[in-house]
Design a protein. Structure first.
Length: 293
């Protein structure tokens, strides 16, 4: 049982899946408190919130399964992935495919119960991640731009699951996570570049650790600062989220600047870890700031 749980956790990339579901669950709560056509803010439907969490978990897990089925031979080459269940021989690709299909169908059905838009967005996310981003990783750094779209869909899915439509708030929630993807992806790619090269992955902006790749990573953190202030600019976020976003964004940018200057792994790791904390911090503060308004 212990081995099964360990394999299942690696199969679905549990930490990544948790972050995705966390993001969607927060924006669901935000979407739940947005009034429709000037009416009073509705109550939160906690049953639907739980459906979103379970459905989102299954859909994200399915996308990760399909990714690992496609990349099983490449995962065998990299130190960080060779102990996943399929490359390690604990699971066949057929079992992985069936697992992905079952979780994908069940998760999409659950999300579709909330509204058809949420179900369609979840299907789009699976296909874009597994069948566009995944094969592009070996071909071109453009894969990061493609991967940033499904990576930024969770807050959109969570919001639409509650609110039922895509509006200005939904677009801004998507944009914040979309822009965040770039320093997040590129700092990880910098740290893991030696391992990625074994599988032929080309994810850094210039495909290698150089000054231009480091500068573009730094530039992406600068872009994130004004984007993160859009909730306050458009009136659904207050001064608290503006202050936290500005402070967190400047720390993020400073660490990326140091990476550009130092060109070392230690600096890149700091940017990477900062990215892990930045997103949940900003989303949580936005939630509390929004509800308190």
């Amino acid at each position: 049982m212990k081995q099964f749980l360990a394999d299942f956790s690696k199969l679905i990339k549990f930490r990544l899946t948790f972050l995705v579901v966390f993001s969607a669950s927060i924006t669901f709560l935000i979407g739940s408190k947005v009034s429709i056509e000037g009416g009073p803010a509705p109550d939160i439907n906690w049953t639907n919130w739980l459906i979103l969490i379970v459905g989102g978990f299954l859909v994200t897990s399915a996308a990760n399964c399909f990714n690992e089925v496609i990349e099983v031979d490449l995962d065998k080459l990299m130190s960080r992935t060779k102990d996943r269940p399929m490359p390690a021989g604990h699971m066949t690709t057929g079992q992985g495919l069936v697992s992905g299909l079952v979780m994908g169908i069940l998760g999409t059905w659950l999300l579709g119960r909330l509204n058809i838009e949420t179900g369609l967005l979840s299907v789009f996310s699976i296909f874009l991640y597994a069948f566009a981003y995944t094969p592009l990783k070996r071909k071109s750094p453009i894969a990061v731009f493609v991967g940033a779209i499904p990576g930024a869909l969770p807050p959109l899915i969570g919001y639409v699951a509650a609110h039922g439509r895509i509006d200005g708030i939904a677009v801004i929630l998507f944009l914040v996570q979309f822009v965040w993807q770039f320093p997040h992806f590129w700092s990880i790619a910098w740290v893991l570049d030696d391992d990625y090269k074994k599988a032929g992955f080309r994810l850094l902006p210039t495909t290698k650790r150089d000054k231009i790749s480091a500068f573009i990573t730094f530039l992406s953190t600068l872009v994130l600062v004004p984007v993160s202030l859009l909730p306050t600019f458009y009136g659904f976020g207050g001064y608290y989220i503006a202050g936290v976003s500005l402070a967190a964004g400047l720390v993020f940018a400073w660490l990326a600047f140091k990476m550009w200057m130092n060109m070392d792994l230690a600096s890149a790791r700091k940017v990477m870890f900062c990215s892990f904390f930045y997103l949940p911090l900003v989303q949580l503060v936005l939630l509390f700031d929004f509800i308190a308004k």
